[in-house]
Design a protein around this ligand. Structure first.
Ligand code: C2G
Length: 743
């Protein structure tokens, strides 16, 4: 007989279940059997489960009932081993989780480990973990603080067994809020559960864990803590399409929380620590989350039905908790207990104002003041019908499609529109546009009053679209790398990326698409439902300019590029997992520039161009006369014009450059990681891109030396690529878009 049974309820999302089972297969300890309880699954997972037959899996169904609680109860009844471990099908364990968990197993009622929350799959979780710098002094200090805290709680409940208090601390007190108090990451002795009739309450959808764990903590008499036994709890990064239970917000959830507390109170020792800490968490929830909603929610229920329910729940609170409240919470709880909504609102306003002021004075650059002006003043001003606000790449430069739309607008309707550019630093902008610094008072003002907004990335999260405003989103590339809702993992950006994107894309009235492929992809990856402008990219108009030879000569002269040499452009993209801070990415040049210089300098010069996210500067010392760093040049479209051969990797650069029908090489030294771990692609890089994939500097040099041969070899593929991706571009995109949006 195995030592424990892993009980996995399954309802939805087979891809998570695969990772969960894979983590069991990868476990070093195999002293367990698996019981999968199918809860009316939304997809067929028979084949998937069969492919893990080495795991000694038993499958059963929860036919009449539904919900995690019922499935887990089936698990308790059917488990064949002396211990039970609950594992959710969207979570996973690490290789040594179980070895740690059973290393000192000796008839304890409950053995508990730790829970780590993550937005990532196992590979990315481990990757991030390996990059974390561990400061041993810091660890020591944290451990000391933790011990002191446990000691304080033990002293408060000195009559309670210290091991029990330790368990209460780790599984309940330490976990933030009520929601994170969970039955996971523990081994439970099956007979202990049965003897004490401890089951999950099946009518609770969201809060059965808290009640179950409370009963275990109250009734168990022997505990063991295995800190190294990690349970990895995955948060779902797509709450729109794949919400987890914790991400569902509805009335039931609110009332259940209060209901669960009532039930716990009637079953737990009134003088015991478990009841005390549950009540404490409940009051904290009221003081933090509820007050936020009472203040700002447009839904009246927070000030009506919910408020009444909250008052009722508070009335039966443990008096010890009320006595222990800090001043700030007391200020809120006192009127709550009396059902005095006005009193609560007054206390909230007082606290809110105090915190706001504190933040403003603490923050020396007065960072939040322009937002206050935006919400409280600028949004109340009338919209200015002839004002257009432009922004490219978070105001870093004057380039991309907004630049070309702006110039077309001024050519077509001279003087009709007052144009404002959000741009940081000095840039040459024709037609005398007004410029404002991003995230300044003036920026906030124009965000609020401009009739038209033309952006090539997302608008700020704090922007509120007003009725009458027209938002033209140009985006900034044909998608090769998977985007937003098509991305399973979000390794860069905020983990709330999808949720935020969902809200932001609803504010777009128009989205520019460069080809039918983009139109189709944008519909799925952005869940975009608005108007699609299928005229090609305004930024590519210049590539069809009748005087492009002349323009090219001017640009070369401006940049000091020798006129007697051919040019190679190297324009790679950024890597999601290599960053210093928000929006600041690392880039290590993998091309051997010295070797390139030796082999190619007779005929070529090299133009280097990093993505605007990259903070690292490329060092070109010793490469003078051969390598030119154009990373700070505003407009890459102008660089395309002067480029004879383009080298890129997974950047959308090649979709645009292909309009010139000049040769493209792909330096894809890290393609496996990029494809499998970081992003994944929409098209097959091996068979669909218009040039060879190269993996070493030598291969790149060789391809350049034999560029004629390469061109011949890839001609057919290039033609097909051009027809598919460059079919909208005809040099008139800007004018067509201006006509459609501004006419
Ligand atoms: N770009 C540039 N220099 C580089 C790389 C990119 O100037 N070295 C510009 C190009 O105009 C490119 C755009 O930035 O088309 C977007 O860059 P990508 O490398 O494609 O990466 P990303 O910003 O992640 O956008 O749908 C497209 C995607 O959103 C990709």
């Amino acid at each position: 007989m195995s030592k424990f049974t892993v009980v996995i309820p399954f309802h939805d999302y087979a891809h998570y279940l695969r990772e969960c089972l894979q983590s069991l297969r990868d476990s070093r300890c195999h002293d367990f059997d698996v019981l999968i309880v199918l809860d009316h699954p939304s997809c067929d997972v028979d084949d998937l489960i069969d492919s893990y037959s080495d795991l000694s899996i038993q499958v059963c169904s929860s036919l009449e009932k539904t919900g995690v609680a019922s499935c887990r109860n089936i698990g308790i009844e059917k488990a064949q081993s002396p211990y039970i471990y609950f594992l959710d099908s969207d979570d996973y364990v690490l290789e040594d989780t179980f070895s740690h968990l059973i290393s000192h197993l000796d008839h304890q009622d409950m053995v508990y480990g730790t829970i780590h929350n993550t937005w990532n799959n196992k590979a990315n979780f481990l990757d991030k973990l390996s990059k974390k710098e561990i400061d041993s002094d810091d660890l020591l200090e944290k451990e000391q603080i933790r011990q002191e805290k446990i000691q304080d709680h033990m002293e408060k409940f000195s009559a309670v067994d210290p091991e029990k208090m330790k368990a209460i601390y780790h599984t309940m007190i330490k976990r933030q809020g009520l929601q994170t108090v969970s039955a996971l990451s523990c081994l439970y002795r099956k007979d202990f559960l049965l003897e004490n009739a401890i089951f999950f309450e099946e009518d609770l959808r969201y809060f059965s864990d808290q009640l179950f764990l409370s009963k275990v903590l109250e009734k168990a008499s022997s505990f063991l803590y295995e800190e190294e036994a990690c349970y990895i709890k995955r948060k779902h990064n797509d709450p729109i399409n794949e919400p987890s239970l914790n991400q569902e917000e509805n009335d039931q959830r609110f009332y259940e929380r209060c209901d669960m507390i009532e039930r716990a109170r009637s079953e737990l020792d009134a003088q015991g620590p478990v009841r005390y800490y549950l009540d404490k968490k409940m009051i904290r929830y009221f003081c933090q989350t509820m007050t936020k909603h009472i203040r700002r929610s447009p839904e009246d229920k927070w000030r009506k039905e919910y408020f009444v329910c909250m008052q009722k729940t508070l009335e039966d609170s443990d008096p010890r908790v009320l006595d222990d409240l800090k001043k700030k919470s007391r200020r809120l709880v006192a009127p709550m207990l009396l059902g005095d909504l006005k009193g609560v609102q007054k206390a909230i306003r007082y606290d809110f104002g105090k915190t706001k002021l504190k933040n403003i004075f603490r923050n020396k650059n007065m960072n939040t003041l322009y937002k206050l002006a935006y919400y409280h003043r600028y949004l109340k001003l009338p919209i200015k019908e002839n004002v257009v606000l432009f922004e490219t790449f978070m105001a870093k430069n004057y380039s991309d499609s907004p630049k070309y739309i702006y110039e077309a607008l001024n050519r077509m309707y001279p003087g009709k529109y007052e144009c404002v550019w959000a741009i940081n630093g000095k840039h040459e902008i024709p037609y005398g546009a007004k410029t404002v610094k991003r995230f300044s008072f003036q920026y906030a003002y124009y965000l609020a009053v401009s009739k038209y907004l033309v952006f090539n990335v997302r608008q700020p999260l704090w922007y509120r679209k007003r009725e009458g405003q027209i938002f033209l989103e140009t985006w900034h590339g044909t998608p090769l790398k998977r985007l937003v809702f098509d991305q399973e993992e979000v390794t860069s950006a905020s983990p709330k990326y999808k949720e935020q994107f969902y809200k932001q894309r609803k504010e777009w009235d128009y989205l520019v698409s460069a080809n039918p492929f983009s139109s189709k992809t944008f519909r799925s990856c952005f869940m975009y439902e608005g108007k699609m402008l299928e005229y090609g990219y305004p930024r590519n108009d210049i590539l069809y300019a009748p005087n492009k030879e002349e323009l090219s000569l001017q640009i070369k002269k401006k940049l000091g590029i020798p006129l007697d040499k051919k040019t190679i452009l190297y324009a790679p993209t950024w890597r999601d997992d290599e960053h210093y801070g928000k929006g600041e990415y690392k880039f290590t040049l993998a091309l051997d520039l010295q070797k390139m210089k030796t082999m190619l300098q007779k005929e070529y010069v090299l133009l280097l161009r990093t993505h605007h996210y990259i903070a690292d500067k490329i060092d070109t010392t010793g490469l003078e006369g051969f390598a030119y760093n154009l990373s700070n040049y505003d407009d890459i479209s102008e660089i395309y014009l002067i480029t004879d051969i383009c080298i890129t990797d997974y950047s959308s650069v090649f979709f645009d450059y292909a309009n010139l029908k000049r040769p493209i090489l792909f330096y894809t030294y890290d393609i496996e990681k990029y494809k499998n771990q970081l992003r994944g692609f929409y098209i097959d890089m091996n068979t669909e891109v218009p040039g060879p994939l190269l993996y070493t500097s030598e291969e790149v040099i060789d391809a350049i030396l034999h560029i004629g041969m390469i061109q011949k070899r890839y001609q057919k593929r290039y033609d097909a690529f051009y027809d598919r991706f460059c079919c909208f571009d005809d040099g008139a995109a800007s004018e067509n878009i201006v006509k459609e949006v501004f006419d």
